[in-house]
Design a protein around this ligand. Structure first.
Ligand code: NAD
Length: 417
């Protein structure tokens, strides 16, 4: 993390503070919404393949449940810590409120390096975590999903372990499951699709023709690669992509399908990709492009490099890719930022559809899922855009205003004892 990067919790809180001041939120409500409602930390002893027991730290934070059961992914990474999980949980509260789905916010994580673990070790870890969080999780209480380092397989193990403990199959306890276990069509692509819809909406407001506009995408996992593919399908030219191995630039455009095929055949990374020039990850962020999509991790655009960002539009695929000390710099430069809590909300929207389908026991076509998700994303974008005009603030602060206002009014109606 660079010197200018902030703890994600500090970044989240500084935007929260700014938005609550503009809203004129009273002190009592401010204090309630500032803290998570529940924060659980567990130590998970796991028998590793070498016969030794290793103890892992696991977290689950429920930030807020006023709008409905808390919802949020589970991250497997060595960077996981309580403050990060708290920030991510709060972001989920605001994200669900911005797009108007009946969920609160939660998040979980295990401090581990999933790439160095065997499938058996990952299964035992996921099952141990599920058992430890059995009282926290539940289709009406707290519903996990994938995040960095986890995917459909972990969600399948989680669903199975929870169902075994319950005594019956409970698919609605988790989303992002494989299709055969009650997953939703369109879920894998949902976050990237929402990034694409947000990009289109923002370009229309900026008067930029998508055909021939240029775009750089940081991160080439679920969100980055699918965002790149779908943004390219709208006529934009993807001139740079990146992952943990570095960044790859081609002014004539990168064939995203080809890069995905290369990644899938090369242990999941772009390392050695030859159809583009290798540049640094920081160079990618400061390329002269129309659109920049940070879709890797937190704190990538900071006070250190924000001055050098040349994109006209930033669409945040990742959670927290811009630290709050970069906001003012980007605003001053007139760069429109579609904030994470809006831009990447397509994933949680289709997670909500998955949960609805699980509870109905009736499954929708992909066309229906996409049509409904696109509508949610477009309406949410328009709502935030109108709020940004009404209050004279950035899209980010407008998104927080919309979300906090909604959660605060719900809280007041429900009452506090
Ligand atoms: P992922 O694990 O599938 O992919 C992460 C990608 O980022 C990989 O390509 C990795 O190599 C790359 N990366 C890691 N460190 C990097 C670095 N320093 N520089 C450049 N690239 C780097 O994860 P994902 O699911 O795509 O999630 C990415 C981000 O999007 C996270 O912030 C996550 O919280 C957020 N997000 C994910 C979803 C979802 O549905 N998966 C939904 C909303 C938000």
């Amino acid at each position: 993390m660079s010197q200018a990067a902030l703890n994600p919790l500090d970044s989240m809180m500084s935007r929260f503070d700014e938005a609550t001041k503009i809203l004129g939120l009273d002190e009592s409500t401010y204090n309630v919404l500032k803290y998570p409602q529940k924060s659980v930390m567990v130590h998970l002893p796991i028998m590793m393949d070498n016969g030794k027991v290793q103890v892992f730290e696991g977290y689950r934070v429920v930030h807020n449940g006023y709008l409905g059961p808390s919802k949020g992914g589970i991250r497997y990474s060595m960077d996981v810590n309580q403050d990060e999980v708290k920030a991510l949980a709060a972001w989920m509260t605001w994200k669900c409120a911005v797009v108007g789905i009946p969920y609160g916010g939660g998040k979980g994580g295990i401090k581990c390096d999933p790439r160095s673990m065997s499938k058996g070790e990952l299964e035992r870890l996921t099952r141990a975590y599920t058992a430890a969080m059995f009282d926290v999780f539940g289709p009406d209480k707290d519903i996990p999903a994938p995040d960095m380092g986890t995917g459909q397989q972990e969600m399948a193990w989680l669903m199975d372990e929870y169902s075994k403990m319950k005594g019956f199959s409970s698919p609605a306890v988790v989303t992002g499951k494989p299709l055969v276990l009650g997953g939703s069509l369109g879920r894998v692509e949902a976050t990237g699709r929402g990034v694409m819809v947000s990009t289109r909406s923002a370009l229309a407001k900026l008067g930029i023709n998508p055909i021939g506009a240029t775009c750089a995408v940081q991160g080439f996992g679920n969100v980055g690669s699918i965002s790149a593919k779908l943004i390219a399908s709208q006529g934009l030219r993807i001139v740079a992509i990146s992952d943990i191995s570095g960044a790859y630039y081609n002014a004539d455009g990168i064939d995203v399908d080809d890069a995905i095929t290369y990644r899938d055949a090369s242990n999941g990374t772009l390392d050695g990709y030859k159809k583009a020039t290798k540049i640094s990850n920081n160079d990618l962020l400061t390329l002269n492009v129309d659109v920049l999509v940070p879709a890797a991790m937190e704190d990538q655009i900071t006070a250190d490099n924000a001055n050098n960002v040349k994109a006209k539009l930033i669409v945040e695929g990742a959670n927290g890719p811009t630290s709050s000390n970069a906001d003012a710099i980007l605003n001053k430069k007139g760069i429109m930022v579609v904030p994470d809590i809006l831009a990447n909300a397509g994933g949680v929207t289709v997670s909500y559809f998955e949960w609805v389908q699980n509870r109905l026991g009736y499954f929708w076509t992909e066309e229906r899922v996409n049509r409904r998700a696109d509508r949610v994303m477009k309406q949410a974008f328009e709502g935030v855009y109108q709020a940004s005009k009404k209050y004279g603030v950035s899209m980010r602060i407008a998104a927080y205003i919309v979300a906090i206002d909604k959660v605060a009014s719900t809280m007041k109606l429900r009452g506090i004892y």
